[in-house]
Design a protein around this ligand. Sequence first.
Ligand SMILES: Nc1ncnc2c1ncn2[C@@H]1O[C@H](COP(=O)(O)OP(=O)(O)OP(=O)(O)O)[C@@H](O)[C@H]1O
Ligand SMILES: [Mg+2]
Length: 330
Amino acid sequence: MARADQLIALLRAYAGEQDAQFTAVALQMAAGEAQKGHTRLAAELKALIEAAQVRQVSRPAVRPVPLAQPKGELAELLTVQYPRHHLTEMVVSAEVALKLERVLREQRYHERLSGHGLVPRRKLLLVGPPGTGKTLTASVLAAELRLPLFVARFDSLITKFMGESASKLRLVFESLKATRGVYLFDEFDSLGLQRGSQHDVAEMRRTLNMFLQLIEQDASESLIVAATNHGESLDTALFRRFDDVIRYEAPDVSQIERLLRNSLALFDGPTLDYTRLVAAANGLSHSDIVRACQDAMKDAVLENQTGVSQESVLQHLDERSASLRHMKFS
Ligand SMILES: Nc1ncnc2c1ncn2[C@@H]1O[C@H](COP(=O)(O)OP(=O)(O)OP(=O)(O)O)[C@@H](O)[C@H]1O
Ligand SMILES: [Mg+2]
């Protein structure tokens, strides 16, 4: 039997999906609870479902995007995904949340804006340490806007097409015009940092410069998301080419607690002492914390437990902290 908080967590995670069957089952669950006399829970479930329906209706229609698949040469440069992530899954600072909501709002109303000669923000630079949600952000933007997510593969661009990277890069930017989507250029600056012969390095520099020029010139309706770990080493001229620079940071105490609670929601046991868990997770990235929780949930499932144990979560958090210390000192 699902518990009340589990039902609510499930609804929060998936409410808003345009899925008639989901809504129907959720309403049946609410009715079932009402019949059992759980009127408060039933009312809360119903309110959540209705709020999600209102959100859906009040949003401007999002044009359905045909399933796109890069073909020919492009297939070697771009991979496509159709992610299903909700903005509510992300645990970020208030500032980052505000910036992401602004991008989504401007994109959802892009036609209204362009009707007045205004351009929605669509060129984003995401800066921050590993595992803080940069790649996840690109997935969330694509999912929320119901657009395909194209990931540009710089490695094959440089290594496979030595001498032709510039023309290949142009091909990628042609695709931005032809197929509206979220285009993720992940770790794009590793271009300049990779080791190689003098010739390789010169080519990488040229490609990076070309990339920045193409971003500047691009007037398509696609979103450009460039992500990097090395914000401090990038020059300020680069920042000007983007509509917004979004900075990600390791989670603070309140974010850690939200992450732990979200990640463990479906396996939460009454014995969990979050104050201790938060202390143990201090210093870890979002990604490490989520993974430690997943490991603890696997333990619970394999040991036929309905909830995770405090010891198991602590152990996995400690393991991750230890390997982090090991990496720092090696
Ligand atoms: N802010 C966040 N909120 C919730 N979950 C997160 C967040 N950041 C990371 N995660 C979890 O960690 C996973 C990995 O994060 P992601 O790949 O987005 O990190 P990244 O910032 O792109 O790291 P890298 O710089 O190493 O590429 C995500 O799929 C998600 O499960
Ligand atoms: Mg990433």
